[in-house]
Design a protein around this ligand. Structure first.
Ligand code: HEM
Length: 441
């Protein structure tokens, strides 16, 4: 719609311009496209047709899509083709504004030329096409022809003729470009520089619109760039995933190989040990005693006492574990603190009566004693006392007749054990006290 509207607007303007345009206008155009234009380009020190890479400023992008634009492009030595971004719909539309603004403005200003001047110029203009083929030198041609051309120099402003300095070509604001200098509008024809400046000012305004096209294009290219980066990263991620997958399969193969080697080395374990030796879930029945699980080391060394003996110290290592059954497996192994020689050892099981806090402690000791202690677990404290005691026939005397134990998980995370006993010669008295620190789960 915008395009259509613009076209219609252009056509309407064109009709209006054709109606009001003096007949010499085509000649004026041909002047611009003719040798005079090239003379101006030469004067500015730029060879026509030599492509100079433009700075990406909107002011230079205005050279697109209109004769006025191409005129400016030639003047600066920049061709339309130099603008690499393809002409988008928006750019084309904005380009058409150049055509409208320039030709319309120029047409509006032309009739203001005094009639005499136009009369004077007409005959000269008729001979102008022959200027390029004049055997005269360049300077001569200019001298002869310039005063007759409204686009080259005016009698009122001789200093703004073809010899205009680059500073004179600096674009002026559009308003000034359209109105011209104060007081000149009706009296004076436009000089070539004024035309240039007017066109540049208008172009500048219109080209500010182009900047939107280009900034949008820039954003699009940034998005494209980011997309490329994302795609690249995705590719890398895919490769990494593939490598991880390969590593996983290698680990699986190594595990299988290890298991096979184990089976070959310990064939008797084949049917007993599960292929995956992961620790099974704790049987829910044993949950109240889960705080006892782990490997514990005496810290500090345990204290041994009894009325019949000299106090002593010992080291002890404790393993309390499970295999998913409704019981805990334990082993207590004592060592001499100096010599590290094994001393007292015992191992057994701890069971819980389901749905109660009743605990049974079943232990076999290296001294030839077998005992069952029973008691209760309350929170993180287990108190038990001997229920039955048996011994080998040749057990050392005095024989133990009663045993009590207390296990407790202290607030500092240490496990504490206290053992008391009664023998055939001594009443219930504390025999051992020790705290352990946990070394593994
Ligand atoms: C519940 C477990 C234990 C029981 C029932 C037990 C029982 C006994 C008994 C009945 C005696 C003889 C007491 C006497 O002569 O009047 C004894 C002595 C002794 N116990 Fe224990 N004991 C136990 C754990 C330990 C532990 C863990 C150690 C640590 C190393 C230990 C070290 C000793 C020593 C050094 C003696 C004195 C020397 C000896 O008779 O061998 N006992 N114990």
């Amino acid at each position: 719609m915008v395009m259509q509207g613009t076209k219609e607007m252009e056509e309407a303007t064109l009709k209006e311009e054709v109606g009001s345009m003096p007949k010499e206008e085509p000649a004026l155009h041909s002047q611009l496209d003719g040798p005079r234009r090239r003379t101006l380009g030469d004067h500015l020190g730029t060879k026509p047709g030599v492509q100079v890479k433009p700075e990406r400023s909107p002011g230079k992008d205005c050279a697109r899509g209109s004769w006025a634009g191409s005129w400016v492009a030639d003047r600066s030595g920049v061709s339309v083709d130099d603008f690499t971004p393809p002409a988008s719909g928006a750019c084309k539309f904005i380009g058409s504004l150049h055509s409208y603004s320039f030709s319309s403005k120029h047409a509006r200003e032309r009739p203001s030329l005094p009639k005499e001047q136009l009369e004077r110029k007409r005959p000269k203009r008729d001979v102008e096409p022959s200027c390029s083929s004049q055997p005269l030198g360049h300077d001569k041609a200019v001298t002869e022809v310039s005063p007759t051309s409204s686009l080259t120099a005016t009698p009122q402003k001789p200093s703004q003729g073809l010899s205009a300095s680059p500073a004179d070509l600096t674009p002026r604001p559009a308003a000034e470009a359209v109105l011209g200098r104060k007081g000149d509008t009706d009296a004076n024809p436009m000089s070539i520089n004024e035309v240039i400046m007017s066109a540049s000012g208008a172009c500048k305004l219109i080209d500010s619109l182009h900047s939107y096209c280009f900034s949008s294009r820039q954003s699009k290219s940034q998005v494209c760039c980011l997309r490329e980066q994302v795609e690249k990263k995705n590719g890398e991620l895919k490769l990494l995933r593939q490598r991880i997958s390969r590593s996983d399969s290698q680990v699986r193969k190594l595990k299988e190989k290890l298991n096979e080697m184990k089976r070959n080395s310990f064939p008797y374990l084949n049917s007993l040990i599960s292929q995956d030796c992961e620790t099974p879930q704790l049987n829910p029945v044993m949950e109240p005693l889960s705080w006892m699980l782990g490997t514990w080391l005496s810290d500090p060394p345990g204290d041994g006492t009894f009325p019949t003996m000299k106090p002593f110290q010992y080291l002890e290592e404790v393993h309390i574990s499970h295999v998913g059954q409704p019981m805990l497996n334990f082993s207590f192994n004592a060592f001499h603190p100096d010599t590290r020689k094994p001393m007292h050892r015992e191992c057994g099981f701890i069971r819980l009566k389901p749905d109660t806090n009743k605990v049974a402690f079943i232990s076999a000791q290296n001294t030839g004693l077998v005992e069952v202690e029973e008691g209760e677990v309350n929170g993180q404290e287990l108190s038990i006392a001997s229920h039955s005691i048996a011994r080998i026939s040749f057990a050392k005397k005095p024989h133990v007749e009663q045993i009590t134990r207390k296990f407790r998980l202290n607030s500092d995370g240490k496990l504490e054990q206290t053992v008391s006993m009664a023998t055939t010669t001594q009443p219930m008295t504390q025999h051992l006290h020790i705290t352990y620190k946990k070394v593994t789960p």
